[in-house]
Design a protein. Structure first.
Length: 255
């Protein structure tokens, strides 16, 4: 096999390998938040306009699944269930799981997806969400609350007794005034289920000039030039050169 053909073979192998490992873009296409009443783990359509938000989200995702223009390879669902810091930790943990199962079971009735397409995050006692709301607010004793959330652990054991110092300090801060404020203004938004829908679609192929392709083009151009020069050399002797024309200038005596 000539060197030129070897380069062509390498180029073909490279292109086949490149396109067999297809790249995909993951795009967020929808999000949904469902809220729960305290200590309730089942989906309640009538609570905080859950019904309209759920219906709108299902309609949007269904339209994407049926739209051939998107060329969707996969739709993924990230489901995050949360509870507020109220109550017992173990009971809240069970409540978080119940909320996640309730909403995913409801979505299964209207959307087509496999269990492996769903990522469930159980965010028991959502202190991160609470810290974000406190920081964005002008609530009384804001900085003290943030300091407790950021520095106090969720669990500590002293003399065989295990307790939650973070929750304990927040509950008793200023005789419960701060805790009551957060119960009214923040906790209802922490009892929620958050859904993020993403899809994967083939990524656009970048315009890349591959080295192997440049070499093949250069080789082809070189061979083309050599062939052209050889052809010109072969036909040189087929023609008789035209005689050169001479011009003369008449003088006054010739006239």
């Amino acid at each position: 096999m000539s060197g030129y053909l070897k380069k062509i073979s390498v180029l073909v192998l490279f292109i086949c390998t490149y396109f067999s490992a297809a790249a995909y873009d993951r795009v967020k296409v929808d999000s949904l938040e469902i809220y729960f009443r305290r200590a309730i783990g089942i989906y309640e359509p009538g609570h905080r306009h859950n019904r309209s938000r759920m219906a709108s989200s299902i309609e949007r995702v269904s339209a994407l699944q049926q739209d051939s223009l998107y060329k969707i390879s996969k739709i993924s669902y990230i489901c995050e269930a949360s509870t507020s810091p109220e109550g017992d930790f173990e009971l809240n943990e069970a409540l978080t799981k119940k909320r996640a199962n309730s909403i995913t079971a409801y979505l299964h009735q209207y959307l087509t997806f496999n269990d492996e397409d769903v990522e469930i995050i159980l965010n028991n006692e959502d202190y991160d969400g609470l810290a974000r709301m406190v920081e964005a607010s002008d609530m009384p004793h804001r900085d003290e609350v943030l300091n407790i959330i950021q520095t106090q652990p969720l669990e500590r054991t002293v003399d065989g007794f295990t307790f939650n110092p973070r929750k304990g300090m927040l509950v008793h801060l200023y005789d419960g005034e701060v805790w009551q404020y957060m119960k009214e203004h923040f906790f209802p938004f922490l009892r929620h289920f958050k859904l993020i829908v993403t899809l994967e679609k083939p990524a656009p192929k970048p315009a890349v000039e591959y080295p192997a392709l440049r070499e093949c083009r250069a080789a082809a151009l070189f061979e083309s030039k050599v062939a052209t020069i050889s052809h010109i050399e072969s036909i040189k002797g087929c023609y008789t050169p035209l005689p050169q024309l001479t011009t003369t200038t008449k003088t006054a005596e010739d006239k």
